[in-house]
Design a binder for this molecule. Structure first.
Ligand SMILES: CC(C)(COP(=O)(O)OP(=O)(O)OC[C@H]1O[C@@H](n2cnc3c(N)ncnc32)[C@H](O)[C@@H]1OP(=O)(O)O)[C@@H](O)C(=O)NCCC(=O)NCCS
Length: 250
């Protein structure tokens, strides 16, 4: 008897009300739109997350690798009950956040990545996904972890999250922290910003396409490369040396 394996492999998402798009004015005076993206827009995001896998600073590498895997799996129907929100300034990708619903009462925060620094874009995107969990999905609590010290400062300290150390988080099984409804309501007036509805023109610009980040985090420059390339303008020697190093350290 023929078995439709895809029916077994593909998880069936529980219905989740959509995230209503919002917008906010950044400290730079620019307007940022945060909206939900569906599976068809995930490839547009993946291309900008991939290079961050090479940025060790502030744990971009770990977070980008995990985010890449989660949203790719979401787009290929291999992740249960996940949502993905994208923040855009003038169409340009500024942040990506994702999470999922574990039960109708419990949310699981997955990742927050800022592709432009210094404007609290990541903080705004995180606050927005907490708003989605609490106000739209109606969760009582969201389980959260931080991979980076900046993340710890932004989530655990700014929201004064409660320890749920008896509960391993889905991200690596590490001890969880919890945003309860009470904590969220306390943070609402200070940390959660933005307005709805998004003006038609602003939303149309965001939906027209996810543009590349203009100033994304990058790995530090290789300061020796310039000297080496004086004698090897194609950089072949440098590349060969790196390959050797990779093989030796593999
Ligand atoms: C955590 C994160 C989402 C926070 O984003 P954010 O709120 O927009 O904050 P930024 O990263 O721009 O800045 C954080 C701090 O670093 C400083 N900073 C670091 N690099 C900077 C840069 N290139 N330009 C400007 N500021 C920078 C900022 O001044 C800021 O200081 P503050 O906390 O005193 O305000 C973001 O740092 C990020 O994506 N990190 C990598 C992935 C990660 O750790 N995600 C969270 C997992 S728990």
């Amino acid at each position: 008897m023929a078995v439709d394996l895809e029916k077994i492999l593909r998880p069936e998402d529980h219905p989740m009300p959509p995230f209503p798009a919002k917008y906010m004015t950044l400290a730079s005076g620019e307007q940022m739109v945060i909206r939900q993206v569906d599976r068809d827009e995930i490839p547009d995001i993946l291309q900008y997350v991939a290079p961050l896998v090479n940025v060790e600073r502030d744990f971009y590498d770990v977070v980008a690798a995990r985010l890449y895997s989660e949203i790719l799996a979401y787009s290929r129907h291999r992740y249960q009950d996940q949502y993905v929100l994208v923040a855009q300034v003038d169409g340009e990708i500024a942040a990506v956040v994702n999470g999922r619903q574990v039960t109708p009462n419990l949310g699981m925060s997955l990742h927050t990545v800022a592709l432009r620094r210094g404007l609290r874009i990541g903080a705004h995107a995180f606050a927005t996904k907490m708003e989605y969990h609490m106000d739209v999905l109606g969760h009582d609590e969201v389980l959260i972890v931080a991979e980076s010290p900046i993340g710890f400062r932004r989530w655990m300290i700014e929201y004064q999250l409660e320890k749920r150390f008896g509960t391993p988080h889905e991200l690596g099984g590490v001890p969880s922290w919890s945003l309860t409804r009470e904590l969220f309501d306390r943070a609402r007036d200070t940390l959660v910003v933005g307005r709805r509805p998004v003006p038609d023109e602003l939303l149309a610009k965001a939906k027209a396409g996810i543009l590349p980040p203009s100033d994304p985090p990058t790995p530090p420059a290789d300061l020796l490369a310039a000297t080496r390339s004086m004698y090897d303008s194609t950089g072949t020697a440098l590349m060969a040396q790196r390959w050797r190093q990779e093989v030796e350290h593999a």
